[in-house]
Design a protein around this ligand. Structure first.
Ligand SMILES: Cc1cc2nc3c(=O)[nH]c(=O)nc-3n(C[C@H](O)[C@H](O)[C@H](O)COP(=O)(O)O)c2cc1C
Length: 210
């Protein structure tokens, strides 16, 4: 299966059957998130993996009562950094130096540039920037999930402040951005998987400027 085939077949699963996903598949999906690209490589988010039924039920109440939240096997919560701090930036730059075993002048100059810019910015602006990175990572997760034969649905339909309270995210310097229920489709109740995928024509999307 090539990537275009995957994109045609993956869809936003509307009903799941509660079947459990083997841990190895979950590990691969999490690895796809870990490998997703992020701005300056800062990986400014964390992912929470929820399997507890009570917690899922609590979250469903503040997620438009969407059934996939409790029907899924694993519920992923993406939570972005609430701001960029010196500590957070230095951690990733130090890790890069450690893993690559070199300390390059250019890289250190870039560290200095970010340290002189990001921590001073308004935290809301920093959070919004960090949140964008989770949208890239979730696509990586959905693609790997499809490869694993696992259905998924990205979700913005929840009250972020309420979820932050349930998972005590603000205390950790995090704010929720997205949910990703992972599971297997309930063929009798999923109204979407038989319907044709709808996308606007290429001409509405792309402008060629030669
Ligand atoms: C950022 C984002 C948020 C979404 N939020 C929800 C949601 O809360 N509930 C839901 O059922 N689908 C949600 N969707 C799924 C979209 O409705 C779906 O991806 C879109 O209609 C295209 O359909 P397809 O993914 O099946 O191709 C979301 C998708 C994205 C990308």
């Amino acid at each position: 299966m090539n990537y275009i085939e995957l994109l045609n077949k993956r869809y936003a699963c509307k009903a799941m059957n509660g079947q459990k996903i083997p841990q190895e598949k979950i590990d691969n999906i999490l690895e796809a998130i870990r490998l997703a690209p992020t701005s300056s490589g800062l990986q400014p988010f964390e992912v929470f993996v929820i399997t507890n039924d009570e917690v899922k039920s609590e979250i469903r109440k503040i997620a438009w009562n969407q059934s996939q939240v409790t029907e899924c096997s694993h519920l992923l919560v993406f939570a972005a950094w609430d701001t960029y701090t010196e500590k957070r930036i230095n951690y990733m730059f130090d890790l890069t130096n450690e893993i690559r075993g070199v300390k390059s002048e250019g890289w250190e100059a870039y560290r200095k540039k970010l340290l002189g810019m990001l921590p001073q910015q308004e935290s809301e602006k920093n959070f919004q920037h960090a949140a964008k990175q989770t949208y890239i990572a979730i696509m990586s997760a959905m693609a790997q999930a499809y490869i694993e034969g696992v259905d998924s649905v990205p979700m913005e339909g929840f009250n972020q402040n309420e979820l932050d309270k349930i998972l005590k995210l603000r205390e950790k310097g995090l704010r929720s951005t997205l949910l990703l229920p992972l599971g297997y489709r309930d063929v009798d109740n999923d109204w979407l998987f038989t319907l044709k995928k709808v996308r606007k024509p290429m001409s509405e999307l792309v402008t060629i400027m030669e």
